[in-house]
Design a protein around this ligand. Structure first.
Ligand code: GLN
Ligand code: ZN
Length: 807
């Protein structure tokens, strides 16, 4: 009989308890013991829920107090030097304890949370701010989840420093659960890690993939430990197989999995004192895409099974891949979407399952989720009676998805493989032929293009606005203070009237305008006080969107986000931002008794709205982008006709939507660029279109950014070590629009000094034309205090004013 399983379950709990339990420990309002008890209970509750909803094999080790990547790093003693030194005595107590026995628990948790959050100033990522900066955070493949980047150096001594995974397995076994431990694979671990800077200086370059041989003993020790307590299967996650891997990485796979197999074998020999437990088997797990070409390599590795993501990796449903699977292997079919919230097409899934049953023995088939379910909310329970029924009826969150897996399994009870043949063609991908009909695929369409190019437009704009050299501006939001949040809460709960709330927002906005004028900023913003979130705000104001009451997903650590749901065609119902933007402009005019200070309109672009929402999947995503683009386009035109002549359309998420494989990237780039152009190109040549990007490494998409044809691009820059202007990129030569690389990091509470800002601007001036350079922070001011913003912007404006006279 086929078995049902999933790759992982949400860790945050049905009501985000993880947040409460862990954060109250951080604050000191609960003890370590209480926190551990609470989170253990959450972990065990997950097992119960999975079992009750019909799973045969449960994942264990997928739970985490912060992030599974830092879990793995710590388990294998991957601790950067700054933390090794700081925690010398704590770590020595961990090392000296028998890994099986009780180590000094607190020590390990202290190290763990320090890696995740840094020491001293918690939000400081900057070593110069004192304290120890945490590990860097990055997006987990093409998801919105952030993992912590392990730092490895030549001095890293890989060793298994605790046996928590083994203990969790034993605990679950004693409770009567059949479980499969989940471990992040060595090649993906190295791929996600970075080499510590110090190591780079001293030895030029540490070849990170060559380190894989040193990981063999720790993985084999872990697996031997699991085997000894009766564990039959372990899931080794290698999602890097969804990318095009190069020679070096292929070799790394080959060498690791082969040496690991023999290492495990020698451990068995050394340990075998009569009792030979059943050998542990490995299911190699890829998700977020197909194996495609990589399967040739994968099929030669000594593992006992493979997981296929049959949602985002449907390309693997082809003869080449399937014929490469040996008959005695286990195949795990990721039939239920772990990334989106729509109900499964049970009969479609059943057909795929039937096809596999006709090829492989049912005992060797697992029905599973495409990836871990941690990317979808916990369950629909709290949406009942709140979400519109016609939407609710289409949804399945994590708990419901487990149920779907059971339904798929039940649906084939009477299936007779010998009687009913299933052709591969009937289950593999069909191409959407309507796709190319969209305006987004017609580069030449007048709807996508402004009549003059960026250089000609600048001449007109310069003559209209008379901005100084190095014009200063901000990215949009001003501090969302407790007061602002309180008012919004009260308004949402119905405790204050719309008039009162709007009045408050206007008052904040007018003060913000006055403040910016006092700071002598050149281009103003309204401050975004009316927005809780840059995507949710538009979700609430466009048709086709809905929001849940409890649909949280983990963003990083204990932080969660509640993405809106795009379930229908998107249209603009009313003007969304015109009123408040015009109000801000009028405030500026009144205060200065002129019209020379311009307020920049502030919108979010189609790609970012899509990336940070759950998007319908009954039509191609580019079609949704087209619909949103038309809505934004109307808003842009309304802003313009109401006198707003600078309009920013933010696309911070444009990089993260980039597909994992180059061959899939072209299509995305086309609709991503063109949906921005469709949103923005209807304006007059004199209207200045700004865009903003952050949170990513933009190396791979400079061509795309250029094609967006914005008049001004503000881009996060100071945190990423000025990569933008490195010799390899030389973005300065490539970009002919106005450009504002951030001159300080807004995510740090440390006030950037004038010296720091001046040195950044001077560096930028070496690369960018002074006529094109803008001076602005890295990102919005939303998360800072008013005092921090005031001091930082004072320094920024003062540097710009000082340099103007000199360049
Ligand atoms: N305009 C937005 C703000 O300033 C942009 C935020 C972002 O880039 N993530 O808050
Ligand atoms: Zn930003």
């Amino acid at each position: 009989m086929v078995s049902s399983t999933i790759l992982g379950f949400p860790r945050i709990g049905p009501n985000r308890q993880l947040k409460k339990y862990v954060e109250s420990y951080w604050k000191g309002s609960t003890t370590l013991e209480e926190m551990v008890n609470n989170t253990d209970e959450l972990r065990l509750q997950n097992l119960r829920v999975m079992k009750e909803n019909g799973l045969d094999i449960l994942p264990v080790g997928d739970f985490s107090l912060y992030d599974h990547v830092v879990d793995t790093a710590l388990m294998f003693n991957i601790i950067p030097k700054r933390f090794r030194e700081h925690f010398e005595s704590e770590l020595s107590s961990v090392y000296s304890s028998n890994a099986n026995g009780e180590y000094e628990k607190k020590s390990l948790y202290d190290v763990y949370f320090a890696l995740a959050r840094g020491i001293g100033d918690n939000s400081s990522k900057d070593i110069t701010g004192g304290g120890l900066p945490s590990l860097e955070m990055k997006k987990w493949f093409n998801t919105n989840y952030h993992y912590l980047v392990p730092e490895i150096s030549e001095e890293t001594e890989f060793k298994l420093i605790h046996h928590d995974l083994i203990k969790q397995f034993v605990e679950a076994k004693q409770l009567g659960y059949v479980t499969r431990p989940v471990v992040l694979g060595p090649v993906t671990l190295l791929y996600l890690s970075k080499i510590e800077k110090a190591a780079l200086h001293e030895h030029n370059r540490v070849e990170k993939y060559s380190l894989v041989s040193s990981l063999v003993p720790v993985y084999s020790e872990l697996l031997a430990g699991l085997e000894a307590v009766g564990c039959k299967w372990v899931q080794i996650d290698e999602p890097i197989l969804s990318t095009d891997i190069d020679e070096e990485i292929s070799k790394c796979f080959f060498s690791f999995y082969n040496s690991f197999k023999s290492s495990l074998e020698s451990r068995r020999k050394a340990n075998s004192l009569g009792n030979s437990p059943e050998k542990i088997s490995v299911i190699l797990t890829n998700y977020f895409g197909s194996y495609s070409q990589n399967f040739k390599l994968v099929s030669t590795l000594p593992v006992e099974g493979y997981h296929f993501d049959l949602f985002y990796g449907k390309a693997d449903l082809n003869e080449d891949v399937i014929s490469g699977i040996e008959k005695d292997k286990v195949v795990s079919l990721g039939l239920v979407d772990g990334r989106n919230i729509w109900k499964n097409d049970i009969s479609g899934s059943a057909s795929i399952l039937k096809y596999f049953i006709s090829k492989f023995s049912p005992e060797n088939i697992w029905i599973s989720s495409s990836c871990s379910l941690m990317f979808v909310p916990y369950g629909l329970g709290s949406e009942q009676g709140k979400l519109e029924k016609r939407v609710l009826d289409k949804l399945a969150f994590a708990t419901e998805k487990i149920n779907e897996i059971k339904q798929i399994k039940d649906s084939i009870k009477n299936f007779d493989a010998s009687a009913e043949g299933i052709a591969l063609e009937s289950i593999s991908n069909s191409v959407d032929s309507d796709l190319l009909q969209s305006v987004l695929f017609n580069d030449e369409s007048p709807e996508l293009n402004r009549s003059l190019d960026v250089v000609e437009r600048k001449k007109i704009q310069d003559s209209l606005y008379n901005l100084p050299l190095l014009p200063t501006t901000t990215i949009g939001s001003f501090p969302q203070t407790t007061e602002v949040r309180k008012y919004r809460q009260k308004f949402k709960k119905g405790e204050i009237s719309k008039e009162e709330y709007d009045g408050f927002i206007r008052e904040k906005t007018s003060k913000c305008v006055k403040w910016q004028l006092d700071l002598r900023l050149d281009v103003l913003v309204h401050g975004e006080y009316e927005r809780n979130d840059m995507v949710e705000f538009f979700g609430e104001n466009l048709s086709g969107f809905t929001t849940t009451s409890n649909g949280w997903v983990q963003s990083y650590g204990t932080r969660c986000v509640k993405p809106p749901i795009i379930y229908d065609d998107v249209t603009r119902l009313n003007q969304m931002t015109v009123d408040l933007t015009v109000f801000a402009q009028n405030c500026a005019n009144k205060i200065t008794k002129t019209e020379k200070n311009k307020v920049k309109g502030m919108l979010t672009g189609p790609v970012t709205i899509i990336q940070w929402s759950f998007v319908r999947n009954d039509i191609h995503t580019s079609k949704v982008a087209e619909q949103i683009a038309y809505a934004i386009r109307d808003e842009v035109l309304d802003l313009e006709s109401n006198g707003i002549c600078m309009i920013q359309v933010d696309e911070p998420a444009i990089r993260e939507g980039l597909p994992l494989r180059p061959k899939d990237q072209e299509l995305y780039k086309k609709w991503a660029v063109n949906s921005f152009k469709l949103s923005t190109s209807a304006v007059k040549n004199g209207t200045v279109i700004h865009t903003h990007m952050c949170y990513s490494d933009f190396n791979e998409i400079f061509d795309l950014i250029k094609k967006m044809d914005a008049d001004v691009l503000t881009i996060e820059n100071s945190k990423s070590d000025l990569k933008l202007i490195s010799k390899d990129n030389n973005f300065g030569e490539k970009y002919s629009g106005g450009i504002g690389p951030g001159v300080y990091d807004v995510h740090s509470p440390i006030i950037p000094s004038k010296t720091e800002i001046r040195s950044r601007v001077n560096k930028l001036l070496e690369v960018f034309d002074k006529e094109l350079l803008w001076v602005n922070p890295d990102c919005g001011n939303k998360t800072r205090t008013e005092e921090q913003v005031d001091l930082a912007l004072k320094n920024m404006v003062s540097v710009a004013e000082e340099l103007r006279g000199k360049i």
